[in-house]
Design a protein around this ligand. Structure first.
Ligand code: SF4
Length: 90
């Protein structure tokens, strides 16, 4: 059991270097209320610009694909783009 917890910790260590931590975190997820398309596109564009320079982008995307993360921007892709990528790879 201990080894498994270590593995899980190592697996998520990349999150410590995530650029989305802090001030811009809200840009990576839709609000709880309705979001107009133009506002969603603007929010996602900001989030993706941060992902573009993030040092853990690949680890983040692989994690989101492996866990089928259903919401938000991960590794520079939104949920629809990740679903399309998964479908193309299967
Ligand atoms: S790639 Fe984007 S969502 Fe993933 S850790 Fe980096 S900034 Fe956050």
């Amino acid at each position: 059991m201990v080894a498994r917890r270590d593995d899980e910790f190592d697996d998520l260590a990349w999150q410590q270097r995530a650029l989305c931590r802090g001030d811009h975190a809200s840009s990576f997820y839709p609000p709880l209320h309705f979001e107009r398309k133009d506002l969603r596109l603007t929010r996602e564009r900001l989030a993706k610009s941060i992902c573009a320079i993030c040092p853990v982008k690949q680890a983040c995307l692989e994690y989101a694909l492996r866990t089928a993360e259903p919401h938000g921007i991960w590794g520079g892709l939104n949920e629809l783009e990740r679903r399309e990528l998964t479908n193309r790879q299967s």
